[in-house]
Design a protein around this ligand. Structure first.
Ligand code: SF4
Ligand code: SF4
Length: 195
């Protein structure tokens, strides 16, 4: 259940970053949904159930404050159901994908500590850059056991670097820059409307 005070606002990261493969809507990851308009979802009232039911990790996890909203944090946390996890992790709750939208913003000690908390409770952890995801648990075990958050962050950075060629090959950096520009415009408009 989402924390009641959290709303998506101008974020829309999931409308761009995620692959959607539902009968009523299909799109690849890293591509803006055809229904995404200047003011947000252009079919909000009639948006498909796959959109109505989706909440990112920031919406789901009460402990994450407002600064973790994906458009602000540069990372979207994607919950994975147990059915999609390797067997070893199925008794440890959902898995999580750290979907890195903006490496400069996202890859910091705060994210390293979050990943470390997941690894400590044997949750499956993956990283993606709007690309196929890479598993992280094996690489994170030793630095997490040592309590070395700088080393945890180094693992995240190396994994992200390994994903960048695939991200760049699809032109996702440019798509993300366009998304950022739109979100900035929406945020400015929302601020102007505030009394
Ligand atoms: S990524 Fe999360 S906060 Fe952003 S629009 Fe989607 S559900 Fe809302
Ligand atoms: S239909 Fe609307 S909510 Fe769903 S992905 Fe497209 S823009 Fe986002």
């Amino acid at each position: 259940m989402s924390a009641p005070e959290k709303t998506c606002g101008p974020c829309q990261a999931c409308c761009v970053a995620l692959k959607i493969d539902a009968p009523e809507l299909r799109k690849p990851s890293g591509t803006a949904c055809v229904h995404l308009a200047m003011q947000g979802c252009g079919i909000y009232e009639t948006r498909p159930s796959v959109c109505r039911s989706f909440l990112c990790g920031w919406r789901l996890l009460p402990e994450l404050d407002a600064s973790w909203r994906p458009d602000l944090a540069g990372v979207m946390l994607l919950e994975l159901p147990q059915s999609q996890l390797p067997k070893t992790y199925r008794n440890s709750g959902p898995g999580w994908v750290l979907v890195i939208l903006d490496g400069e913003k996202a890859l910091n000690l705060r994210l390293a500590k979050f990943a470390a908390r997941l690894v400590k409770r044997n949750a499956a952890v993956f990283i993606s850059a709007m690309t196929p995801r890479l598993p992280l648990n094996a690489q994170l075990q030793a630095p997490v056991a040592a309590g070395d958050m700088k080393a945890v962050l180094a693992v995240l950075r190396r994994a992200h670097d390994a994903l960048l060629p695939a991200r760049n090959a699809r032109g996702l950096g440019r798509i993300w820059a366009l998304y950022r520009a739109q979100v900035d415009r929406m945020r400015a408009t929302m601020q102007q409307r505030r009394p």
